[in-house]
Design a protein around this ligand. Structure first.
Ligand SMILES: [Zn+2]
Length: 287
């Protein structure tokens, strides 16, 4: 009786993988459900009520046991999106399936998002994979074989340099992580237009101007050791490429240029090209 109780308690604290799927596995499931038009939630790797409801709908349609669990029959019902468990084959351009969706999710959490999580290994996935391979010191062939999958099992990049807040009294908007069917590569600080934006650490301005990819007016500051901070959607830029800035120097003003629905600062931290959660490098609010 006592050991039974212990098992229950232990089960509560086990990670998602213990319930049959890692978070990348859940993301792959969500990609498949979304492709079948059954799931409209975020590809976040979290098996919540929306995911379970979608699985049950799929099971009802396929006339298999309706238990909400993604067992072999359910994965079969997902068609090409349910095939190929992660690690069962090398992944390259043109491959599709469960493992490709899981790869895209893992790459994003390691700092190399590739656009929409869709289970399709296209040019963007290949580019992200090659950048990850360079980052991990692997042969950058754009093919995810055993060495790459091993590297993806290791911890993502961690910040080493402490930063200061790039805007005063920041209101947190979208955080770093899955957003819709993509991955948000930074953190959004909502602030009125023309709010000053400050360098989060001393460094050299390596980009200042209009940037593609929805960033709008963008400043990038390099802090050495491969660490860079990005300040996007600015309404005005106050620095030029090549200048050295101190921590706290005003580099521009908050705006809504590029893909922005309202004024905010999109702030990114990259370590040797890998995006990391900026909140991990910033001091706690009030500290
Ligand atoms: Zn953003």
């Amino acid at each position: 009786m006592r050991s039974g109780l212990l098992l229950v308690v232990v089960a509560l604290f086990l990670p998602a993988s213990a319930s049959g799927l890692s978070s990348a596995g859940v993301a792959a499931l969500q990609v498949g459900l979304r492709a079948h038009g059954l799931y409209k939630g975020a590809i976040d790797g979290i098996r919540g009520p929306l995911t379970t409801t979608a699985v049950k709908t799929l099971q009802r349609r396929a006339q298999i046991a309706v238990d909400g669990l993604p067992g072999p029959e359910t994965r079969h019902a997902l068609g090409r999106f349910g095939r190929h468990p992660f690690g069962s084959r090398p992944l390259r351009r043109g491959t599709q399936g469960w493992d490709v969706a899981a790869l895209q999710f893992k790459l994003a959490w390691h700092g190399f998002p590739s656009g929409v999580f869709d289970g399709d290994f296209g040019p963007r996935t290949k580019r992200a994979l090659r950048r990850f391979q360079v980052w991990a010191g692997l042969h950058a062939d754009g093919i995810a074989g055993p060495a790459t999958l091993d590297a993806l099992a290791a911890q993502p990049a961690a910040p080493t340099l402490p930063l200061s807040w790039p805007v005063q009294i920041p209101t947190l908007g979208n955080r770093f992580g899955p957003r819709g069917d993509k991955f948000h590569s930074g953190v959004d600080f909502i602030a009125p237009s023309a709010t000053p934006v400050y360098a989060a650490r001393a460094g050299k301005v390596v980009f200042a101007g209009w940037a593609d990819g929805g960033y709008g007016f963008l400043v990038v500051v390099s802090h050495g050791r491969g660490e860079r901070t990005w300040y996007a959607h600015l309404s005005r830029i106050d620095v030029r490429r090549g200048v050295l800035v101190d921590k706290g120097v005003r580099i521009g003003l908050v705006g809504a240029t590029g893909d922005a629905t309202g004024p905010h600062l999109h702030f990114e931290v990259r370590i040797r090209g890998a995006v990391i959660d900026p909140l991990r490098a910033l001091p706690a609010v009030g500290a």
